[in-house]
Design a protein around this ligand. Structure first.
Ligand code: ACO
Length: 332
């Protein structure tokens, strides 16, 4: 049986920075409020003509280069995004695939909001273990600034843009293999976080409504409570299922939505500060890109070493959630 190994990581962050102070000139908020309630100090914003696929391409180039696997050997590409280049079609994955010159490989998007990267990791693992594919490029890329309402202080302070990518490939060595991935969803909480954007559930009836309804809307406080509960339950379960505990984990990489959520989950698991990876202060919430961007951060700082065990934990619109136990297994 083939196993799936997490070979490499890459990320891309647009150069433009939007600080809390700048946001305070746009809506009724302050650096103090945002820092205290979320831990976010700044977020990066893509250029006007920079698309989700453009950012995904840059992250993917790094992940491929670092994987030691030739791009001609990539046989599938999956992109997690809630801010695709085009709603409905074509998928952002097909655009990225062509920009990278990957040929006619299988390419598709999935929509699981902030849990997107854990979802595509589980799909890649399943395709490789089944023997159907050998080298899969997975990408989380988001231009959330394009679907953020900058007159709504409850959401515009949270979100940023960026992309992260990884190469997952087949191995015979079980010690290198992704140990487990859990995913789940509950549509009864769908209204907590949504873009009521003219889909068949809510067709547009005016141009004005069309513009506004493309933006994200969130019941932040309710989402916060469900997030802490779900994220904690999720990691407790995946650790127990695999006879592991918090001390076995080298790096806990949760979805970067809010410092207080991350702290609450880390404390519940009795993880040390050194184990918990936090990037929310500089990137804000980049949804499906947040986890690979955070993994890339510890990789580029030299903190993430070959053979170390990463615990992923995500939560997002849908509602969706997921966790994963991933040894870092680069070829070089
Ligand atoms: N600046 C100043 N005051 C504000 C702001 C702001 N930016 N936003 C809200 N307030 C006010 C509210 O109006 C409210 O005022 P009131 O008490 O007079 O009514 C007060 O601050 C408290 O508001 P809450 O919404 O209760 O604040 P909370 O502490 O919950 O923080 C936040 C809000 C940061 C949004 C938090 O709820 C949160 O992080 N939620 C979870 C986000 C999340 O995890 N999302 C899921 C993933 S995202 C995805 O899937 C795309």
């Amino acid at each position: 049986m083939a196993y799936a190994a997490f070979r490499s990581i890459g990320a891309y962050v647009p150069s433009k920075i939007l600080t809390n102070e700048e946001l305070a000139t746009m809506v009724d908020t302050s650096d103090e409020w945002i820092t205290k309630r979320t831990g976010i100090k700044e977020r990066h914003i893509a250029g006007e003509n920079e698309t989700t696929s453009d950012m995904g391409v840059e992250a993917a180039k790094l992940a491929i280069e670092r994987s030691g696997i030739d791009s001609s050997e990539i046989d599938m590409l999956i992109c997690a995004t809630i801010s695709p280049d085009y709603f409905c079609m074509p998928s952002t994955a097909t655009i990225i695939s062509t920009k990278l010159g990957l040929g006619n490989v299988t390419a598709f998007d999935i929509s699981a909001a902030c849990t997107g990267f854990v979802y595509i990791l589980s799909i890649a693992k399943a395709f490789i273990e089944s023997g159907m594919k050998k080298n899969i490029l997975i990408i989380g890329s988001e231009k959330l600034s394009a679907i953020t309402d900058y007159s709504d202080r409850g959401t515009c302070i949270l979100f940023g843009d960026g992309a992260g990518a990884a190469v997952i490939s087949a191995t015979d060595n079980k010690d290198e293999a992704i140990i487990d991935v859990h995913t789940g969803a509950d549509g009864s909480y769908a209204d907590l976080l949504m873009t009521p954007n003219g889909g068949t559930g809510s067709p547009h009836d005016s141009l004005e409504q069309e513009a506004k309804s493309c933006f994200m809307q969130m019941k932040g406080n309710e989402t916060f409570k469900v997030a802490v509960r779900t994220l904690t339950k999720d990691v407790v379960e995946i650790l127990a299922d695999n006879n592991l505990n918090g001390t076995d984990i080298n790096h806990f990489v949760p979805h970067q939505a809010n410092y207080r959520i991350i702290k609450a989950v880390g404390d519940a698991l009795k993880l040390t500060q050194k184990q918990v990876v936090i990037t929310v202060e500089k990137y804000g919430n980049t949804s499906g890109a947040s986890i690979p961007m955070a993994i890339n951060d510890i990789y580029e700082k030299g903190i993430l070493k070959k053979g170390e065990l990463i615990l992923l934990d995500a939560f997002g619109g849908g509602l969706t959630w997921g966790s994963a136990l991933v040894p870092f297994s680069p070829l070089k």
